[in-house]
Design a protein around this ligand. Structure first.
Ligand code: ATP
Length: 245
């Protein structure tokens, strides 16, 4: 069953057309990557899927329901971590999770579970402002997982992290995938992230979908990796450099 249906979504900011008529579906349990360079429209698209922004036109259905009619219900089934999640520096990791847990009516047991899931048990007494970038991203993930979301949105969860911290986060997401209960929508500029974690990949550029499919479908032609495919499609690298420069 398709858990998410995106039908011809359009969104502009004044004269910038951020998303230009995008359609796709996501079956339950899929790990989907939205891969594209800076400014491709990834964040704008996920913010509409998360119900944080209204599309100018088009329709978004989650479990067959729309944000404008079923916001309360949909809030309960999604978990999200924004590109720059900010926490109160005055709280410890544990206190932060307790605070968010209280919003969902959840107590200590669930806080302890998400601490274990995100390998933050040793850091539970640390102040949030003393965390490394990778630990902070794991805390953002822990918060997003608190209410056992059916659908998890992660916006560039590993941007700016060192390779070890990135791998730690991938391992956590990999374990989540093995459990099979969660649909994940992840935005990234890192092709390795899309390749390693995701069943389905959408390549976005300038607000439109250039290609969509499994990794093997996308690399069916002459490209040997996603960056090479992106170069074939656009003449540019995923990281915004011109080819040959
Ligand atoms: N609030 C806003 N006001 C004006 N323009 C915006 C706004 N948000 C996004 N845009 C523009 O819309 C386009 C798509 O931006 P978006 O942030 O969705 O891209 P992105 O793929 O997520 O990029 P990045 O990888 O850098 O986060 C860009 O041209 C951006 O400048």
């Amino acid at each position: 069953m398709n858990q998410i249906e995106i039908k011809n979504i359009v969104k502009s900011f004044k004269d910038v057309k951020a998303v230009k008529g995008v359609s796709f579906t996501i079956p339950q349990g899929t790990f989907l990557a939205l891969l594209g360079p800076n400014g491709a429209g990834k964040t704008t698209l996920v913010e509409m899927m998360e119900g944080l922004r209204k599309p100018d036109s088009g329709e978004i259905l989650i479990n067959g329901k729309s944000w404008h009619k079923h916001e309360k219900e949909l809030r309960k089934v999604i978990g999200l971590s924004l590109q720059e999640t900010r926490f109160t520096d005055k709280l410890t990791v544990y206190e932060t999770l307790r605070l968010f847990a209280s919003f969902f009516g959840l107590g200590h047991p669930r806080v302890n579970e998400v601490l274990a899931l995100t390998n933050l048990e040793e850091k539970q007494k640390a102040m949030v402002n003393a965390l490394s970038g990778g630990q902070r991203q794991r805390l953002a993930l822990a918060v997003a997982l608190l209410n056992r979301p059916e659908i998890l949105f992660l916006d560039e969860p590993t941007t700016g992290l060192d390779p070890k911290a990135r791998l730690d986060l991938w391992n956590i997401l990999h374990d989540l995938k093995q459990q099979g209960n969660t649909t994940l929508i992840l935005t990234t500029h890192y092709m390795e992230e899309a390749e390693t974690l995701c069943d389905d990949i959408i390549i976005l550029d300038h607000g439109t979908i250039l290609q969509q499919g499994t990794l093997s479908q996308l690399l069916d032609g002459s490209a040997k990796n996603l960056d090479e495919l992106f170069i074939h499609l656009t003449g540019r690298h995923l990281h915004n450099e011109e080819v040959g420069q």
